[in-house]
Design a protein around this ligand. Structure first.
Ligand SMILES: [Zn+2]
Length: 149
C-alpha cells in the first residue's frame, strides 16, 4: 500500500489519539519513529517527530475528519476565565531553536519547521498552549447560560 504522512507529532501520546479516532472511522494507519522518540524526547524535533501514516487513498477523507475533530474539540472547550466556548486555534511560525539546529546538522537533516500553536478565547482573549480541560457536557456544574433545550 502506498502511504503518506498525514501529520507529525511531538509525542506518541497525541499521535495515538488521532490514530484511534481515524481507525474508528474506518481509516487504517500506523505510527512511524515512535519508538525512537519515546526513548529520547530531545531528538523528537530533529528526527521530525512521530509520523502518522495512512493509505494515500484515504488522505482526502482523513484531512476532512481531522478538521472535524478539531472543530468538535474547540466548540466544546470552556474558557477557564470567562466560561464562554469561543476558542480558536492560532499557529505562528518561529525560528528553530539552537538545539534543534545543532542536532539537525549532526544528523544531516533539514531543521523542521518550528510552529507555535496556541488556543485563544474569542471572548476574553485568554491564550493557552493547551486546550483547557473543561468541556461542555463533561460536568453538569460547568454548563452555563447558553443551554436552551
Ligand atoms: Zn474567555
Amino acid at each position: 500500500m502506498e502511504t503518506i504522512v498525514l501529520r507529525t507529532f511531538d509525542t506518541t501520546f497525541s499521535a495515538s489519539i488521532l490514530l484511534t479516532r481515524l481507525q474508528a472511522e474506518g481509516i487504517q494507519g500506523y505510527l512511524r519513529d515512535d519508538y525512537n522518540i519515546g526513548a529520547s524526547p530531545l531528538l523528537s524535533n530533529a528526527s521530525g517527530g512521530v509520523k502518522l501514516e495512512i493509505d494515500v487513498r484515504d488522505a482526502e477523507r482523513a484531512i476532512v475528519l481531522m478538521e472535524e475533530f478539531q472543530e468538535d474539540y474547540l466548540r466544546l472547550a470552556i474558557c477557564p476565565v470567562c466560561r464562554h466556548t469561543e476558542f480558536t486555534h492560532v499557529t505562528n511560525l518561529l525560528e528553530p531553536n539552537i538545539v534543534v539546529k545543532i542536532l539537525s546538522k549532526m544528523f544531516g537533516k533539514k531543521a523542521p519547521l518550528n510552529i507555535k500553536s496556541t488556543y485563544k478565547c474569542g471572548h476574553c482573549n485568554y491564550e493557552s498552549e493547551t486546550l483547557p480541560s473543561n468541556f461542555v457536557g463533561q460536568n453538569e456544574d460547568t454548563i452555563t447560560d447558553d443551554r436552551t433545550d
